[in-house]
Design a protein. Structure first.
Lengths: 213, 697
């Protein structure tokens, strides 16, 4: 029985991948099958050594997410009607207003959750996709961590949408004060969803394919 | 089994076949394509539905905020302000706004925009919602799509008449704009049927022009014979019914307002923009119904040397008592040049030629010719008192009978000048003061005292016993008088006299025949004695006369307190006179004298003293003259008796016409009158022929 040195990564000599060994693992239950097997004998899951369309999906969802992100920033996020005034605030406009009112902390949180994170995600996914396409072998560990971070943080990007949804549900005082979600809320939610799908579509095993033994 | 390697086929070249791109292509790509399509579609729709950009320039855009201020048409949002900026030169504020595409074609040259702000006026509060929501821009245009415009000038104040509102817009002109204000109501029989728009000065600044909008269907009430008048404020009028205070409505009290009415039928219907005048009050509006208020006025000037205080613009001008116009201007003007320059007060009269009786269609020149003709015949202008209480004056055009010749001139100023004459101004202060002074000078207290005294005197007099007895005394007196007059002796006197005269006549006749000279001395002595007796008898008559005179004098004085007493005493005196022995003896004495005369004549007849007849005749002549003198007093006596009777009659009439006393008095007086008449007749007989006493003829 050959003992694999799993502790070492990178261009570790003598490291045999499952693919090289003619094996494929079920991604649902982990059962190893001979390569070429179509379905997992245990969980009936579909077996794929590599998702050949992964990058396509990543790009597609990513582009859709980016498209959705533009209206999310152009159109108002919140429609606030009070007795005195009617105001529409976009994401950035709202943050700037908050800064003007002295709530710099909250403004930074809003900016971080609504601008930095989505854009960071776009950047990370693009970087991952490009690096896989170019079969770059640099920093596979960092790239993998980035991938995990993107996957983990994706759901938290919905926090903006949650805030809008909660405010809209709570502040419905007829003519005195009403808050309604704007087009941007829907766009932003779509953008986040598309980005999450994009991240999920990414087959992280592709990162290591370039790690030639 | 040997571990032999069985022959195996060569290793398979397992390579995935390059599938065509449409098979390699994942369906996931539909997601971004869809997202892109939706985004682009939305963007395109957004762009395509983007409103038309218009620019409205305002002088003052207070409250207009870019991106927030809405543009509304009939309270429906049709657009939104995009940017607000200054025009080059900072003269105006340019408001760029997007108007909905479906509305934009209707924005033609009649479109108006104004900023709606909160407005608190007498008629209510408008635009209150803008306090909270901020201002908005209200647009107003009609429903006809004409050539679309993209640049507009905003109004400073809201237009009151919204396009498409049914009604008629008319133009009113007034001399004073303080009574009309924008939004003031137009009333018809007390109902608000329209409103005034913003008043403006006309081109030469002489009048105020204000448009009024009369809502349908009330605008059908307006014809060419409609009259408008000012209802602003309130009016107080004094009259026989007391003080009348007339207030139309609170709004018109503060804001002003006009009312109209169409009294005379037959006016022609009007179109938009018809011009009407606003009269000062309803009365003058109704009075104007028979003249054309819009006719051109004839302006003439009058130069007064005296003060025109009390004369105001609007004071009436009357011609022969008819109002023909009013004062339109009062100003000072310099007449003459150099040392002869004088300041005169020029009063310009605006005269309606129609009121002078000029036929319709006459020009001002015709009216001036007519006035010139009048002036050459004596027409003059003068100030007369219009209202004695307020001291206001008016101008009267009156024909002066003996006016100095004058003509109308155009020498001074732009207007023909009517010459003036002395004004008739009654100063109410002086007049009232004089009246009060006279009232003050009346001796009211003395009058009251006198009246009280008179009452007391009358009371005393009425309660006096002698007053009560006066009628009885009078009755007794009159009874006695009647008895005296009815005495046969008295009535026989003339007969006796006649007999004596007849005898004398015969004596004288015989004396002519006989010689009577021998006894002439005795005859003469007797005759003288006889004459003396007659004289004595007649001497009582002047005494009566004196008494009656005194009575008459007292009656003339006629003091009521003393009258009755005097009358009593007079009657007493008359009583005493009549009852006196002398009077009673008068007939007897006369008779006696006649008897003696007869005896003497008989002696003469017997004695035959013809020889002394001449002396006798002379003596007789003297005696006759003495008789004549005595008798001469008789007509006067009778006249006085007559006047006494008349006065007494007047006095007695006051006692009552039908009383017994009165009747008796009247009878007595008639008797006295007839007696006096008899005496008069006797006296006249004697006077006419005094010698008959001697000659017997």
């Amino acid at each position: 029985m050959q003992v694999f040195d799993l502790g070492s990564t990178g261009t570790t000599a003598g490291l045999i991948t499952a693919r090289n060994a003619g094996l494929v693992a079920c991604q649902r239950c982990g059962q190893v099958h001979a390569i070429g097997t179509a379905y997992c004998k245990r969980c009936e899951g579909r077996l794929q050594s590599r998702d050949t369309q992964s990058l396509q999906k990543v790009w597609a969802w990513l582009i859709a997410g980016i498209i959705a992100y533009f209206p999310a920033n152009i159109y108002p996020m919140l429609l606030t009607n009070t007795l005195v005034e009617h105001s529409e605030s976009t994401i950035i406009g709202g943050a700037v207003d908050l800064m003007h009112h002295g709530a710099i902390g909250i403004a930074l949180i809003v900016l971080f959750a609504s601008v930095v994170i989505p854009i960071g995600k776009f950047g990370a996914i693009i970087y991952l996709a490009l690096s896989v396409q170019s079969k770059s072998a640099r920093n596979p560990h960092e790239r993998h961590k980035a991938y995990e971070l993107v996957e983990f943080i994706g759901r938290w990007s919905m926090i903006d949408v949650f805030v809008v949804a909660i405010l809209s549900a709570m502040v419905q005082l007829n003519t005195v004060a009403t808050i309604n979600p704007g087009i941007a809320a829907l766009s932003f939610a779509l953008s986040v969803i598309f980005t999450m799908l994009s991240a999920q579509s990414f087959d992280s095993r592709l990162i290591w394919d370039a790690d030639k033994p | 089994m040997t571990d032999t390697n069985p022959p195996r086929p060569a290793r398979l070249d397992v390579r995935p076949v390059k599938r065509p791109i449409w098979q390699r292509f994942s369906l996931v790509w539909l997601a971004p394509v869809l997202a892109l399509a939706v985004s682009l579609g939305a963007a395109w729709k957004n762009y395509a539905d983007r409103g038309t950009l218009i620019v409205i320039s305002f002088e003052n855009a207070a409250g207009v905020a870019a991106g927030e201020t809405l543009i509304k048409y009939r309270d429906v949002t049709v657009g939104k302000v995009e940017t607000v900026e200054f025009a080059p030169g900072l003269g105006d504020v340019l408001v760029h706004a997007r108007i909905d595409k479906d509305v934009a074609p209707y924005l033609d040259d009649d479109a108006e925009f104004w900023v709606v702000r909160p407005d608190v006026s007498v008629r209510g509060i408008t635009g209150l919602d803008t306090v909270l929501s901020g201002v908005y821009i209200q647009g107003n245009w009609d429903t006809e799509a004409d050539v679309a415009q993209f640049e507009f000038t905003g109004l400073e104040r809201p237009t009151l008449t919204l396009a498409g509102q049914d009604g008629t817009r008319i133009i009113l002109r007034a001399t004073d704009g303080s009574t009309v204000s924008a939004g003031a109501p137009v009333l018809h029989k007390g109902i608000e049927v329209g409103y005034l728009e913003t008043p403006e000065l006309n081109f030469d600044g002489s009048e105020v022009i204000v448009a009024a909008f009369i809502e349908s269907p009330y605008d059908r009430r307006i014809t060419t014979s409609t009259r408008f008048w000012d209802t602003s404020g309130f009016s107080v009028s004094f009259g026989a019914g007391g003080v009348s205070l007339n207030v139309n409505s609170l709004a018109s009290l503060i804001e002003g307002g006009v009312a109209f009415d169409t009294v005379v039928s037959g006016g022609a219907t009007i179109d938009d923009g018809h011009l009407f005048s606003i009269f000062n009050n309803e009365q003058s509006a109704r009075e104007s119904l028979f003249t054309d208020p819009d006719a051109e006025l004839l302006h003439v000037a009058v130069l007064f040397e005296e003060s025109v205080s009390g004369l105001t613009v609007g004071s009436e001008v009357r011609f022969q008592g008819i109002r023909v116009g009013e004062v339109s201007e009062i100003s000072a003007i310099v007449v003459g040049e150099g040392d002869t320059a004088q300041v005169r007060l020029q009063t310009v009269l605006a005269i309606e030629p129609a009121r002078l009786g000029m036929p319709a269609g006459s020009t001002n020149d015709d009216a001036i010719a007519l006035l010139s003709d009048f002036v050459s015949r004596g027409l003059r202008a003068r100030m007369v008192t219009g209202n004695i209480l307020s001291g206001s004056l008016m101008i009267q055009l009156a024909e002066i009978e003996d006016a100095l010749p004058a003509i109308m001139t155009r020498a001074v100023g732009p207007y023909p000048v009517i010459p003036t004459t002395d004004s008739q101004i009654s100063d109410v202060a002086a007049t009232a003061e004089g009246v009060l002074a006279r009232i003050n000078a009346l001796p009211v207290e003395e009058l009251m005292d006198g009246a009280i005294d008179l009452m007391d005197s009358l009371e005393r007099l009425a309660n006096d016993d002698s007053t009560r007895q006066a009628p009885q005394s009078l009755v007794a007196l009159l009874d006695e008088s009647r008895a005296l007059i009815a005495n046969d002796d008295l009535q026989n006197v003339p007969a006796d006299l006649r007999a004596v005269i007849a005898e004398l006549d015969s004596i004288v006749a015989r004396a002519n025949e006989l010689d009577i000279v021998g006894d002439i001395d005795g005859v003469v002595a007797s005759a003288a004695q006889t004459v003396a007796s007659i004289q004595t008898a007649t001497q009582n008559l002047p005494q009566i006369t004196a008494n009656i005179e005194a009575l008459t004098a007292k009656a003339n004085a006629l003091e009521l307190e003393a009258l009755v007493a005097s009358a009593g005493s007079t009657l007493d005196s008359i009583d005493a006179l009549i009852a006196s022995d002398d009077t009673m003896d008068l007939p007897g004495t006369v008779n006696g004298a006649l008897d003696e005369m007869r005896v003497f004549l008989a002696e003469v007849r017997e004695g035959g003293a013809i020889e002394n007849v001449n002396a006798v005749l002379a003596s007789a002549n003297e005696a006759a003259q003495a008789v004549e003198e005595a008798v001469a007093g008789l007509p006067e006596l009778s006249a006085r008796a007559n006047s006494l009777v008349a006065q007494t009659q007047a006095v007695i009439e006051s006692y009552g016409e039908r009383s017994r006393f009165n009747a008796e008095t009247m009878a007595t007086l008639r008797d006295i009158q007839s007696a006096a008449d008899a005496l008069t007749a006797l006296a006249r007989t004697i006077q006419r022929n005094p010698s008959s006493l001697l000659t017997g003829r």
